[in-house]
Design a protein around this ligand. Structure first.
Ligand code: G3P
Length: 217
């Protein structure tokens, strides 16, 4: 499963990129606002930090203006992936960009039928929001299972990008279902490293090593 980080915070991206575990980055208008940075400028910086896809979202609601915005965004770098909402205009834009060989991430997906539409429109990625699905009394992971089944039934190449990931259990469940990608905030990715027994084990080894009075260097 590929790991994307869901943030526009440069320092957090740089730190995770250094682990070699980062396959891409996702942003959205809320994350850009949170960063307080200029959209074009911060997106260009992010694109230099990772080789994989960096999702940059259009903000227009009509197809024509979305295409104009996409034209500007895709000039930022070769690894920009244009993010469009799951609407009629968004999928028209997806179809047009995909036919042109541009990577497209279709976002704000909350049903398996919506995911089917995005795949038919040639999306590179579909972003089902599991956390927000859970928040509203649905089962986010059941949605991922349904999309996996449908995409496998028809051999769609669209990658399932599990988004709105809130905790490490979401990551585990996504991997068990066979999602292609997950995008999570930096804190959730850092939490994946943690285990109380790992910390305890290090503590024990360090204490015993100190008793030997030796050093490696
Ligand atoms: O990737 C989508 C994400 O940014 C939304 O997350 O936690 O606001 O639902 P959240």
């Amino acid at each position: 499963m590929k790991f994307f980080v869901d943030t526009a915070e440069i320092d957090a991206i740089r730190e995770l990129a250094a682990t070699g575990l980062l396959d891409g980055v996702t942003t959205n208008p809320s994350l850009i606002a949170k960063s307080g940075r200029d959209f074009m400028e911060v997106t260009a910086e992010i694109c230099k930090l990772v080789d994989g896809p960096v999702s940059a979202e259009v903000v227009a609601l009509d197809h024509e203006t979305m295409m104009k915005e996409a034209e500007v965004l895709r000039k930022i770098a070769d690894n920009v992936c244009i993010k469009v909402p799951l609407t009629v205009d968004g999928l028209k834009t997806c179809k047009a960009l995909a036919s042109d060989g541009t990577m497209v991430n279709v976002t704000l997906c909350f049903s398996a039928n919506q995911a089917l539409l995005a795949a038919k429109a040639g999306a590179s990625f579909i972003s089902p929001f599991v956390g927000r699905h859970d928040d509203n009394g649905f089962d986010g992971m059941e949605l991922i299972e349904d999309i996996r089944l449908i995409y496998d039934n028809y051999d769609f190449a669209t990658e399932i990008l599990v988004a709105s990931v809130r905790h490490t259990t979401h990551v585990l469940q996504a991997a068990k279902i066979g999602a292609d990608v997950m995008t999570a905030p930096p804190a959730v990715i850092h939490a994946l490293f943690k285990h109380v027994l790992t910390d305890k084990g290090i503590e024990g080894f360090m204490a015993d090593w100190a008793k030997t009075g030796q050093s490696i260097l």
